[in-house]
Design a protein around this ligand. Structure first.
Ligand code: FES
Ligand code: FES
Length: 197
């Protein structure tokens, strides 16, 4: 694709229209044109997951998709997971309290992938969480705390991260996950750093 294209995306709740090179990937369009820099460029080949954003609620590798292919879509990045008042969502809070970020480079992609994983309100085992995040690599290898954080976030019944376009399944909303009864919703249950399981 050559030349310029005018593309409109709803990025983190804000409609953004820009004219830019038709060849730009979604990741480049976000970072270089829309100035949304939390999705990161890692491998550029769809392997590391650092560029993961949600396109209409579904995880997308921003480095593999042209912005033109998703014209009109709703795009959510890690910043879009914040609460309306700008505070951390339960998932982000859990990443913080569980020390799930070391250098933090993978974190925006981890958060968006995890938000999509939790959006249906199901309770997942650690193995399922690990499988659900298999497309996101952490070069700091802090996988244990990351899984801890996702587990903690899903224990907060009824407080799964809001992802535009995705709604919890079932009449009762998100399931109550094992361990949820043991602690108040906002408990900071940080384990010792590096307490991988
Ligand atoms: S930068 Fe897109 S998957 Fe690595
Ligand atoms: S925290 Fe450094 S790459 Fe994951």
């Amino acid at each position: 694709m050559t030349g310029n294209l005018t593309i409109t995306l709803v990025v983190n709740g804000r409609s953004v229209t820009r004219t830019a090179g038709a060849h730009l990937t979604l990741l480049r369009w976000l970072r270089e044109v829309a100035d949304v820099t939390d999705p990161k460029y890692g491998c550029g080949e769809g392997i590391c997951g650092a560029c993961t954003v949600l396109g209409d609620g579904v995880p997308v590798s921003g480095c593999l998709v042209l912005a033109a292919q998703v014209d009109g879509a709703t795009v959510t990045t890690a910043a879009g997971l914040l609460e309306p008042d700008g505070s951390f969502s339960p998932l982000q809070r859990a990443f913080h309290s569980h020390h799930a970020a070391q250098c933090g480079f993978c974190t925006p992609g981890m958060l968006t992938a995890a938000a999509a994983l939790l959006a249906d309100g199901r309770c997942r085992s650690r193995a399922e969480i690990r499988a659900g995040l298999h497309g996101n690599l952490c070069r700091c290898t802090g996988y244990g705390p990351i899984v801890d954080a996702v587990e903690a976030a899903q224990r907060e019944r009824g407080r799964a991260p809001r992802v535009p376009g995705r709604t919890p399944r079932g009449p009762g909303g998100p399931q109550r996950c094992p361990g949820a009864e043991d602690q108040p919703p906002d408990a900071s249950e940080a384990p010792a750093r590096g307490a991988s399981k």
